[in-house]
Design a protein around this ligand. Structure first.
Ligand SMILES: O=C(O)c1cc(C(=O)O)c2c(n1)C(=O)C(=O)c1cc(C(=O)O)[nH]c1-2
Length: 247
């Protein structure tokens, strides 16, 4: 168990976890951003990550049900609006589907999750279940990976535009909005955590929550890498490049 940390020491400890465990360090991201993947491997990433995107508003809805304070809910509900939009054809999920459209996947197939890797499903479900089962403070702390996402998003967009002729600024538009949304969301969550993690036990629990979330993101990429890069063994039922798509 750690000894009590001041709020700024707690922030340093949280950022240190990101520095060691965030998925920006995963070799798959190095390949994705460095132009080392072929089109089917990029397609596999977009297809599998759709499930993460799709479940983010579900987990945020779970967090909302735990908030008794209207002023907190007012702030948190914006996350759901960002992903779902306010009308058909609007919002982050729609923009992710525009990316999978551009990569040649029928929408029905993507939304059905029929070609999803089982390990992607398990990792994303673990995140949703964590948020459902753990105290609100830990659920909020588990979103703090977003402290580190603006850097990786900038690196990703620049690297992919430079390396791949099958993506464009338009098809990567999902990430435009995320840069400001992620900073806004992470700043709020960080202040909440620093203010509410007032004992060594609570501080340890938020550090553990962030570690857990880093593990979720890392596992997602492990699954994609194993199935589609090396050794390249998609499990039964998962999407196989070139095979007929059944939703
Ligand atoms: O592109 C990325 O690397 C990345 C990372 C993360 C993250 O660190 O959890 C999120 C996102 N993107 C993202 O687009 C997003 O909407 C999001 C929501 C959350 C969350 O935990 O509430 N993380 C992330």
């Amino acid at each position: 168990m750690i000894s009590w940390l001041s709020p700024s020491e707690l922030e340093t400890a949280l950022r240190d976890i990101g520095g060691r465990r965030y998925h920006s360090l995963h070799p798959f991201h190095g390949m994705l951003h460095g132009g080392k993947l072929n089109r089917d491997q990029v397609r596999a990433w977009a297809l599998n990550r759709y499930y993460y995107q799709a479940m983010i508003p579900v987990k945020d809805a779970m967090i909302l049900t735990r908030m008794n304070d209207a002023s907190l809910r007012r702030i948190w509900r914006q996350r759901i609006v960002d992903h779902d939009g306010t009308s058909e054809g609007d919002g982050g999920l729609e923009r992710w589907l525009q990316l999978t459209d551009s990569l040649g996947f029928p929408r029905d197939y993507v939304i059905s999750n029929a070609g999803l890797l089982p390990a992607t499903r398990f990792a994303v479900e673990a995140y949703v279940n964590f948020v459902r089962d753990r105290p609100l403070l830990e659920a909020i702390a588990s979103s703090l990976t977003e402290l580190f996402s603006p850097n990786i998003i900038s690196e990703r967009v620049a690297g992919m535009l430079k390396s791949y002729d099958f993506v464009s600024r338009e098809t990567l538009a999902y990430f435009d909005g995320r840069l400001s949304q992620a900073s806004r969301d992470a700043d709020f969550a960080l202040e909440y955590v620093k203010h509410n993690a007032t004992t060594p036990q609570l501080q340890q629990s938020v550090l553990d929550a962030l570690t857990f979330k880093c593990d979720v993101l890392w596992s997602l990429l492990d699954a994609i890498h194993h199935a589609y890069v090396s050794p390249g063994l998609p499990p039964p039922g998962a999407w196989i490049p070139g095979a007929e798509l059944r939703s």
